[in-house]
Design a binder for this molecule. Structure first.
Ligand code: NAP
Length: 285
């Protein structure tokens, strides 16, 4: 029986990146669909749950992607609501690489130094990666803030993650180099989740910090998020801080994505979202 992965993307054109990595997770066929909504997904879910016998359902699975984590989360909710009794298949949510990227970054940082009780700042944390990184850092026991150029966006991200994961996050407005430097004052952990090609920190704003212990930046498109951090850095010591660059994090992210996809086919009951994907990441560092 062939393993089939239905890739439901909330954007009009399904992500090529996700399709490739899904195949590399060992699936026989990846079937990408774009423009998937909570309304039109129902018939497709029915197609996954009513076609194979109880022992064969583990050979069908669903992957949710797309740039909007909020829509992806809603899609996951609707899909799970459609399942009943044993009429279900495994499903993974990774809108914009949110869960796998955040989990890889936070797991690497957690291995490099204990995070519990420390102050963490997720810079530009209002995107999919930043929101999930904030949740994972909070789960590690850190006291977490999310920054945005607009206070309302930071507040919205914190509320959204609190609603779903019951974590307490603090919004901070930080719109330029000066206010972002101010936001990281006193923090031990700094996670960069800004859009591709956006520099968030000048080297002078973190270099002499007496508190920062570990930093990770996800942006692999120059200019990188943290000036003075190389994209290949992986637990590299710079200015007495342990730093991770985007490729240092990205190599694990890809391996993790593949491992999660492989796990989907172990049985028909897997639901892989932030917490489950983070648990898998911790076994891989
Ligand atoms: P995103 O949604 O594109 O952007 C995150 C936030 O960046 C936005 O919500 C926005 O926050 C802020 N931002 C946008 N333009 C800005 C500007 N000019 N100045 C300051 N802030 C700005 O990002 P994402 O999808 O969460 O991904 C985060 C990063 O991870 C990206 O750089 C992405 O390329 C990278 N990524 C890396 C890997 C890897 O393996 N290394 C994998 C996936 C993604 P506000 O509007 O609220 O200020």
């Amino acid at each position: 029986m062939k393993n089939l992965l239905f890739q439901f993307d909330t954007d009009p054109i399904p992500s090529v990146f996700d399709t490739v990595v899904n195949y590399d997770g060992g699936v026989d066929h990846v079937i990408p669909h774009g423009g998937v909504t909570p309304q039109n997904v129902i018939a497709m879910v029915d197609g996954t749950i009513f076609t194979r016998g109880p022992k064969e359902k583990k050979n069908t699975a669903i992957f949710i992607g797309g740039t909007s984590l909020e829509t992806g989360q809603e899609l996951l909710r609707v899909i799970r609501k459609r399942f009943f009794a044993d009429f279900q298949v495994s499903v993974m949510l990774d809108s914009n690489g949110s869960n796998t990227t955040a989990a890889a970054g936070v797991a690497l940082m957690a291995k490099a130094c204990p995070l519990a009780g420390k102050r963490a700042v997720v810079l530009a944390g209002t995107g999919p990666v930043g929101e999930r990184a904030a949740v994972m850092l909070a789960r590690e026991g850190a006291i977490v803030s999310i920054t945005s150029r607009e206070y309302e966006r930071a507040e919205h991200a914190c509320n959204l993650m609190h609603e779903k994961f019951k974590v307490s996050l603090t919004p901070i407005e930080a719109s330029d180099d000066m206010t972002r430097a101010k936001a990281i004052e006193g923090a031990q952990i700094v996670f960069g989740a800004g859009a591709a090609g956006v520099r968030l920190l000048r080297e002078e704003s973190w270099r002499d910090s007496p508190t920062i212990e570990v930093m990770g930046d996800c942006n692999a498109v120059p200019p990188l998020g943290f000036e003075g951090v190389d994209m290949m850095d992986k637990a590299t010591t710079r200015h007495n801080k342990i730093v991770f660059g985007a490729i240092g994090i990205g190599a694990l992210k890809i391996k993790l994505h593949r491992a999660c996809v492989a796990q989907l086919f172990e049985n028909n009951k897997q639901v892989l979202d932030a917490e489950e994907i983070y648990t898998i990441a911790k076994t891989m560092v």
